[in-house]
Write a protein that binds this ligand. Structure first.
Ligand SMILES: Cc1ncc(COP(=O)(O)O)c(C=O)c1O
Length: 420
């Protein structure tokens, strides 16, 4: 399309500013294009088993076969999504056996990102004066999603300069900086990127202060089951919904069902509020309707079928347990090295979930990437699932040697182990 400005013919797109791509996805794409022997991609949060594969869950395969046999229509869904999925996921996360709360809404979303985006849009439409507080470092998309929704994002330092979690900074926000009606984004388990979760005592204080200060918690759960186990991973959330008026929960089935590309997630709203949920549901439905009309059915039908079929559910629970066990083993093995290059890694053993930080200097991270095909996020976050007993010792040895050689100012003797 062209138009004329003065004497020149211009395209409508001539002055379009270039937006930098997501930094993490860019590194992951660079890794994908790298075909050098020994490449190790520790970037994006995709689970890999002990043999380095990201297989489809057996429970998922069985559920899909059954769906293919029995599905009788591809007609439109409602904006809220697949009812069996919404009911089953609500029962999984907020089982009446485990938690006492009012369930005000559950909407199927396009993965965890879709849940965050739906929640963010709902909050910015209805609470435009509220600030959303986000502790950084955090998942690389949190701030961008919330800004895109029109929310006023304020960040605080979640980590101490020395690495550990900065409880005082969060309490300072909750006690002094946030105003009544502000929103606080929290990851109760498997914190991305640090793996360093708030402990129970801290969480109890966080919850009490959220209630006291009249804040609205927005909780992001993307790694349910990969921390300790499916039940324990929900106790922090349950504390919150049992004590707050309203909590918004963004849930992803990408990792714990391995359904990354099928885009399955949910936004749940729950708490002690006795409000009639019709207005809330109408708001969420209206946002969904004008954005994507309705979510896709396949992945949600699959999850719904697994969760409501006892044998498949058992198989899925076992599969999640084995993922958790693999992550735990890698944590233990890494931590056993005590020190990797300049990084003290002992606390990795007590962390949870798929990630930890190796706070290497940026020059070392770039060197590992460019010279040795070892890819990690710019901030030193690594996907622990990509390590296993075959590549872990060489990974550690390589960092040690690269670090030692940088310290003495020569890189000549660093060899890339072929098996990495
Ligand atoms: C903390 C966190 N929240 C949300 C998401 C988004 O998940 P999904 O891929 O289901 O959109 C991720 C994905 O890595 C994540 O790490």
């Amino acid at each position: 399309m062209f138009f004329t400005a003065g004497s020149a013919t211009m395209s409508f797109l001539d002055d379009l500013p270039f937006l930098s791509p997501d930094p993490l996805l860019s590194v992951a794409q660079q890794a994908e294009r790298d075909h050098r022997i020994g490449k190790l991609d520790l970037t994006i949060g995709v689970y890999k088993d002990r043999s380095g594969q990201t297989p489809i869950f057996k429970s998922v395969k069985s559920a899909e076969s059954s769906l293919v046999q029995n599905e009788i229509t591809k007609s439109y869904l409602s904006t809220e999504g697949v009812p069996t999925f919404c009911n089953a996921i609500t029962d999984l996360i907020l089982s009446p056996h485990d938690v006492t709360c009012n369930k005000l809404a559950t909407v199927q979303t396009l993965g965890g990102t879709g849940a965050l985006s739906l929640a963010g849009r709902f909050l910015s439409d209805n609470f435009p004066e509220s600030v959303i507080w986000i502790g950084t470092p955090t998942w690389s998309n949190h701030v961008a999603v919330m800004r895109q929704c029109g929310l006023n994002v304020q960040t605080y330092a979640r980590n101490l300069p020395t690495g550990g979690r900065n409880f005082a900074a969060l309490m300072d926000v909750l006690t002094h900086k946030a105003r009544r009606g502000d929103i606080i984004l929290l990851q109760p388990i498997c914190h991305n990127p640090t793996g360093d979760d708030w402990n129970k005592a801290e969480w109890d204080e966080i919850t009490a202060q959220i209630v006291k200060a009249g804040l609205l918690p927005l909780v992001d759960i993307a790694y349910h089951g990969l921390g300790q186990d499916l039940a324990s991973d929900l106790t922090r959330l349950h504390t919150l919904v049992e004590q707050t008026d309203v909590t918004l929960v963004c849930y992803s089935c990408s990792k714990n069902f391995g359904l990354y590309r099928d885009r399955v997630g949910a936004l749940l709203v729950a708490g002690q509020s006795n409000v009639q949920p019709q207005a809330l549901q109408s708001q969420l439905a209206a946002i969904a309707r004008t954005n994507y009309s309705m979510p896709p059915a396949h992945g949600a039908l699959t999850v719904g079928h697994i969760l409501t079929t006892p044998a498949l559910r058992q198989q899925w629970e076992n599969e999640v347990e084995s993922m958790q066990a693999h992550l735990h083993t890698v944590r233990t093995q890494l931590a056993a090295h005590k020190q990797i290059g300049p990084c003290n890694v002992q606390t990795i053993a007590t962390g949870r979930g798929m990630f930890c930080m190796l706070p290497l200097p940026p020059t070392i991270i770039m060197l590992l990437r460019n010279e040795y095909s070892i890819y990690m996020a710019d901030n030193g976050r690594i996907n622990l699932a990509a390590l296993n007993e075959n590549n872990l010792p060489q990974f550690v040895a390589l960092i040690d040697r690269v670090w030692a050689n940088t310290q003495i100012g020569t890189m000549r003797n660093v060899n890339v182990p072929a098996s990495l």
